[in-house]
Ligand binder design. Structure first.
Ligand SMILES: [Fe+2]
Ligand SMILES: [Fe+2]
Length: 313
């Protein structure tokens, strides 16, 4: 069969909403695009554990500690599903992780911002996990089977993450004057970076048209960002807090909130590795990999031993 025929069958499946599975023929660019996207997503889950892990030992109560621990463990699980999904595309886990450590692969820039107070843990759950959910709900319908299926379970856990974050802020927002200020300050610092999570404007987004045609993505960056603003602008009222944007305004005519322009210079600067914590995050990951070397060796030796034993039996 010619490549043109194979491409026709491939696009036909996508148009008919049939999932593409690892053993199916797929254009090399589709494969590469997914390797980049799914591995970047996996890295984001794993690096995302770092800013929150920072507060596990300092959580204000045993209950809060247990909840945060469970949340951070969920993120580790998301990373593992997604590394496995990446492997189904024909790359090894080692390669993928090497690309993170060498700085070749990206992860979500949001995790290059520091967590300064306990309220930041609330703001992350509410805003960062909240933004992630919108993207991930869309991805439950992505065209590559293993990625879509991983997203179904991940989304269930993400909605718990968002609610726990909101609840942390709700408690602070009804607390002392200092607690209220801490709550507002965290919202002020996390608001703009979480809008940046949706990526550049559609007009600037390099992979957009192709991703839509292949149904890797189902909604554009700007569309998802608008959904997020509309949702958060309402929820913030329940907290009796404000969003740090003087241009935020409900528009009856469009049925959406208008909002101000993102500082794109800051966005690209963090993407390029110059955010407040980029270096620290990568160092933490590299160190974790080195510290885990003996565990990987022991696990490898154990499975080798079992293999020999089962062959002998
Ligand atoms: Fe996650
Ligand atoms: Fe999460």
């Amino acid at each position: 069969m010619s490549v043109q025929d194979l491409e026709k069958i491939f696009q036909g499946k996508i148009d008919d909403e049939i999932k593409i599975e690892p053993k199916d023929w797929m254009p090399e660019k589709y494969r590469q695009s997914l390797i980049r996207q799914v591995s970047q997503h996996a890295h984001s889950e794993i690096v995302g554990m770092l800013p929150e892990g920072n507060w596990i030992t300092r959580a204000p109560s045993l209950k809060r500690k247990a909840i945060l621990l469970a949340k951070v463990q969920d993120e580790a699980g998301h990373g593992l599903y997604l590394y496995s999904a990446t492997e189904t595309l024909g790359v090894t886990r080692e390669q993928t992780i090497n690309d993170l450590h060498s700085g070749k692969a990206k992860y979500s820039s949001i995790f290059n911002y520091p967590t300064l107070t306990w309220a930041d843990i609330g703001a992350i759950g509410w805003l960062v996990d909240g933004a992630a959910i919108l993207n991930q709900v869309m991805l439950t319908r992505t065209s590559f089977g293993p990625y879509a299926r991983a997203m179904v379970r991940i989304c269930k856990e993400e909605s718990f993450h968002q609610r726990q974050g909101f609840e942390i802020l709700l408690v602070l927002s009804t607390g002392s004057k200092e607690q209220k200020e801490m709550c507002q300050d965290a919202i002020n610092r996390w608001w703009w970076p979480s809008l940046m999570m949706f990526g550049p404007h559609d007009s600037e987004s390099t992979h957009f048209d192709q991703s839509m045609k292949w149904k890797i993505k189902r909604k554009s960056n700007d569309e998802l960002r608008q959904n997020f603003v509309d949702m958060i602008a309402e929820q913030v009222k329940v907290l009796r807090m404000t969003l740090p944007d003087p241009e935020l305004k409900w528009k009856e005519k469009t049925g959406h909130y208008d909002f101000g322009e993102i500082n794109w210079e800051e966005f690209w600067n963090v993407v390029k590795g110059n955010g407040p914590c980029n270096r620290q995050r990568l160092e933490a990951r590299r160190k974790a990999w080195q510290d885990g070397q003996w565990v990987r060796e022991a696990a490898g030796a154990y499975s080798e031993k079992r293999k020999v034993r089962s062959q002998a039996a």
